[in-house]
Design a protein around this ligand. Structure first.
Ligand code: ATP
Ligand code: MG
Length: 571
């Protein structure tokens, strides 16, 4: 990362590296001498669900920009809505941010500021800029007007300051039932911006808060709490997503009318991905209705789901770096995320051999009781990873897919009479095969050429294919979970009348393979460990895996050349 610390003696700071408009604004502010060149951001999640990959983009921007300018980034929980917030969400959010590779400077909660926010509300009421309103939520909505029609003033708008102060205090003291009254800012019912039409600042809610318990029965609305919390923390740049653009005038109104620290709100475009839903509310529906096994189901776009699936923080950060920061919402291809994942895993994942759909192979001319150890390379991308020894013997497993009784054109793997190379082993030739009662091939009989040990024939003859294998007597059994996209449509929100997004769920998003065979060295693989199963893709040890019952998740496939050839030939 290129560092760009402000140095007042060194002349104006210039934009360097990947430029974007948020950076440009920060650089402008530094050069204008605002806040003595100090930069402070914050990441402000509401603890009402698990973080998803969209949040990763916000985290990336908030933390990276602060770091780039030698500033700070706080974590602040925007916990102003007790009906949806829980401590389990707070814990998972902290875990996920750390996993992505970031550490916050200060840890804050909007609920820490309830006392200060209340005092400021009293201050605005005393100044005649806020009033207690007895309209119901529905009435407030009806009075608000529309984009084309101005709103109507509430009949309670012109209460005296004394009456407002008295009623607001009694609201706080719990004298009124939920929903009976609100405190509203007195701004402009004819404003073209609906958010400025006397927005609600406080509502009555007799409900336990996950941190303040039953201390409060009035809670501040997002718009009243957010900017003031930024201001209390002296956040210089409050970076958020585009849907808050229309809220900026209100954000500024509160700050100006209270005369407090002027945090500056800047909005950027959300991250959207094809075949993916990024909305905590929708993800909660998937969990509650049992479409997935939980927030960290490996098909979920939550950071905990991606982590369990085997995604690396590096791959996610690379996506965020490439997502672009702009003022227009767009949709990124899921395949781009997959590209960054493969790129990272190719560098770091040790290679092993694993057979997902086993087919027994007997090498008829190999000695019965001999076990050889072949030397296998752990990672061709990284010599330092060294080699390992893999047992080889008379009976092996190969993939069912690596044998065809009637091989199609351009299929170069095993078939009757055909010779192939066993990875790190010998050339073998298929002599015969055995079928079960249903006509499925269940066993191959082959011969091997002892002179080809290590994979080359001294006479220089070539084979067109190398296949992987595991020794039957040494293999470890495991379960492998194959995942596909959770949704069948690029845009899962696109539905027919009367349907909701769950209509686009992919019924085949999970396939469970049992009786898979892996190299003996994997018996003790740690939860979360990532491997490349040669020729099959990248896999990681699932959270629920034990040495007695090994479970792997397929993180992502390799690009399968045979699948591509077959597709091309069909065209
Ligand atoms: P959701 O819409 O999924 O419920 P949210 O916006 O309600 O998310 P918050 O906890 O309020 O979730 O968000 C914390 C921060 O993350 C906010 O600054 C928000 O703008 C940002 N954020 C949320 N979703 C995305 C996204 N898809 N892309 C970029 N930033 C996002
Ligand atoms: Mg939100």
């Amino acid at each position: 990362m290129n560092s760009l610390e402000p140095d007042p003696g060194a002349g104006p700071v210039e934009s360097s590296g990947q430029s974007n408009f948020v950076r440009d604004i920060i650089i402008e502010d530094i050069n204008a001498g605002k806040h003595e060149g100090r930069v402070q951001t914050r990441f402000p999640p509401e603890p009402n669900g698990y973080l998803h990959i969209g949040h990763a983009k916000a985290i990336y921007i908030d933390f990276e920009l602060a770091a780039e300018f030698g500033g700070k980034c706080n974590l602040r929980f925007d916990d102003t809505n007790p009906s949806k917030e829980e401590t389990q969400y707070v814990d998972s959010i902290m875990e996920d941010i750390r996993w992505l590779g970031y550490e916050w400077d200060g840890l804050f909660y909007a609920s820490d500021y309830f006392g200060q926010l209340y005092e400021w509300a009293v201050q605005l009421t005393k100044a005649g800029k806020a009033y207690v309103c007895d309209l119901s939520a529905d009435e407030i909505r009806a009075y608000r007007g529309t984009l084309t029609e101005p709103g109507r003033e509430s009949p309670y708008r012109n209460r005296s300051i004394e009456e407002n102060l008295d009623l607001f205090e009694r609201m706080k003291n719990g004298e009124f039932p939920d929903g009976s009254r609100t405190l509203r800012a007195k701004i402009d019912m004819a404003s073209p911006n609906l958010n400025m039409r006397d927005p609600v600042m406080y509502r009555i809610l007799h409900m336990e808060h996950h941190r303040t318990g039953d201390q409060w029965c009035i809670y501040p609305m997002y718009d009243y709490a957010h900017g003031q919390s930024d201001s209390i923390e002296k956040v210089t740049h409050s970076i958020c997503t585009l849907e808050f653009e229309d809220h900026r005038p209100l954000y500024n109104w509160f700050i100006e009318n209270l005369g407090i620290f002027p945090s500056r709100q800047i909005e950027f475009n959300r991250l959207n991905l094809t075949y993916t839903l990024l909305s905590k509310r929708r993800l909660l529906t998937l969990v509650r209705e049992g479409h997935v096994k939980g927030w960290d189901d490996p098909r979920m776009p939550t950071l905990s789901g991606l982590r369990r699936r085997g995604y690396t923080p590096e791959a996610i950060r690379n996506l965020c770096a490439n997502a672009g920061v702009s003022k227009t919402n767009n949709i990124m291809q899921l395949s781009l995320l997959e590209y960054f994942l493969r790129e990272d895993l190719n560098k770091c994942a040790p290679r092993v051999m694993a057979v997902l759909r086993p087919l027994r192979v007997v090498i008829d001319n190999y000695p019965d009781d001999t076990v050889e150890e072949v030397e296998a390379v752990n990672n061709p991308e990284d010599e330092r990873c060294g080699t390992r020894r893999v047992p080889f013997s008379k009976v092996l497993y190969i993939e069912q897919d690596d044998f065809r009784e009637d091989p199609p054109r351009k299929y170069y793997r095993l078939a009757p009479g055909r010779e192939v190379r066993l990875r790190y082993g010998y050339f073998i030739t298929c002599k015969d095969f055995v079928k079960d009662a249903d006509g499925r091939v269940v066993e191959l009989h082959c011969t091997y050429d002892p002179a080809t040990r290590g994979g080359n024939a001294p006479d220089g003859r070539k084979v067109k294919s190398t296949i992987h294998w595991v020794s039957a007597a040494h293999a470890v059994d495991c379960e492998v979970l194959l995942y596909d996209n959770l949704f069948t449509k690029e845009n899962p929100n696109e539905v027919e009348e009367g349907q909701d997004f769950t209509a686009n769920l992919n019924p085949n998003s999970l396939e469970i393979l049992r009786g898979c065979k892996v190299e003996p060295g994997l018996q003790t693989a740690a939860v979360g460990a990532l491997y490349q199963f040669e020729r099959m893709g990248y896999f990681c040890v699932d959270r629920d895996s034990t040495p007695e019952k090994l479970v792997f998740n397929r993180t992502i496939g390799l690009r399968d050349t045979w699948a591509r050839i077959e597709q091309r030939d069909k065209r």
